[in-house]
Design a binder for this molecule. Structure first.
Ligand code: RRO
Length: 316
């Protein structure tokens, strides 16, 4: 069975790898992913300066949802450019995630340029994901909801082109907003892939037993993921596919936990899937488990490659 896939021309042995989020921050995390059955190595979103975690409690999960407010903890972009060179030894695609955040209230959009330039230059990175959608920054709206700002930032980094650039987008809930973002993307042919979606932002969950909210930062509001969010992710993939299918090679997705999600997302226009919450729950075993279950399911359906079903959802 051949379940290889490509993202912006970069080959992955199979469609399942980690999302930028849990357990991809330190060298040890990344080395474990390198040795695992993940088809790629995605690094944590990085900023100009290193950043610490938000105060606890900042993360909670149940079988149906996860809620986070990590606040971009990372070791600073120059550490990840170094890591990326060493990660080449695992012979699988390495993906950088770049975020606009200086560590102070005065974030400068030129950060994006500086960091993206470092990954363009002499690094081990194959793809660069620009995170326009961190839900947990207190004093800023998400860039992806400000279409003029997003246009400007994409223009700045797209001009540095030599490695494929993609955008990590938040969920959009109104077709007018999906249309507006697609129009921005179409102005920048160097944008080659989208990662849909980041967690659903500004959500509140309370513990009725304790009679208190479950996370502390940002007035208790965090980014929601997992089962609650999957239909929103599918709808966003569908919406962007309809608008951009012949321009943007790829649409990637999150909120996957089993073979059925992988199958559904590929059927519905994704080329690869990233796993976050399930990876943090099951750790590196999650990649092999989901891949094996996925292959078994394809065998049962007599499919021999992703080409047999990818993007082939029947129309109603
Ligand atoms: O670190 C975080 O709090 C975080 C990030 Br950068 C992101 O893009 N999405 C998310 O749910 N959390």
């Amino acid at each position: 069975m051949n379940i290889q896939t490509t993202v912006a021309g970069v080959k992955f042995d199979h469609p399942i790898f980690n999302a930028s989020g849990p357990l991809c921050t330190t060298w040890e995390d990344l080395e474990w992913i390198g040795k695992s059955e993940s088809s790629g190595i995605m690094m944590k979103s990085c900023s100009l300066e290193p950043r610490e975690w938000n105060p606890s409690p900042r993360y909670m999960e149940t079988p149906l949802w996860s809620l986070n407010s990590m606040w971009l903890p990372n070791l600073g972009y120059d550490t990840y450019t170094d890591f990326s060179k060493k990660l080449r030894s695992f012979k699988k695609p390495v993906v950088a995630s770049v975020v606009w955040f200086t560590g102070s209230e005065v974030a400068d959009k030129n950060d994006f340029v500086k960091i993206t330039q470092a990954f363009q230059d002499d690094s081990g990175v194959d793809l660069i994901e620009i995170n326009l959608s961190c839900p947990n920054v207190v004093w800023k709206p998400q860039l992806a909801y400000d279409f003029n700002d997003a246009d400007y930032v994409i223009w700045m980094v797209a001009s540095l082109w030599n490695k494929p650039i993609g955008l990590k987008l938040p969920p959009y809930f109104d077709p007018a907003h999906t249309d507006a973002m697609a129009k921005v993307i179409l102005k920048h042919p160097n944008v080659k892939f989208l990662t849909c979606i980041n967690s659903v932002w500004n959500t509140l969950i309370i513990d009725s037993e304790k009679e208190e909210p479950i996370i502390k930062p940002k007035g208790w509001f965090g980014g929601l993921g997992w089962d609650y969010v999957k239909p929103v992710a599918l709808a966003n993939v569908r919406a962007f596919y309809k608008l951009l299918w012949d321009k943007i090679d790829i649409i990637w997705v999150g909120w996957v936990k089993s073979w059925i999600d992988v199958f559904e997302f590929l059927l519905c226009w994704a080329k690869a899937v990233q796993i976050g919450t399930v990876y943090s729950r099951e750790w590196v075993e999650s990649f092999g488990r989901i891949k094996k279950e996925f292959e078994q399911y394809l065998e049962k359906k007599w499919y021999t490659s992703c080409e047999d079903f990818i993007w082939k959802l029947k129309e109603l």
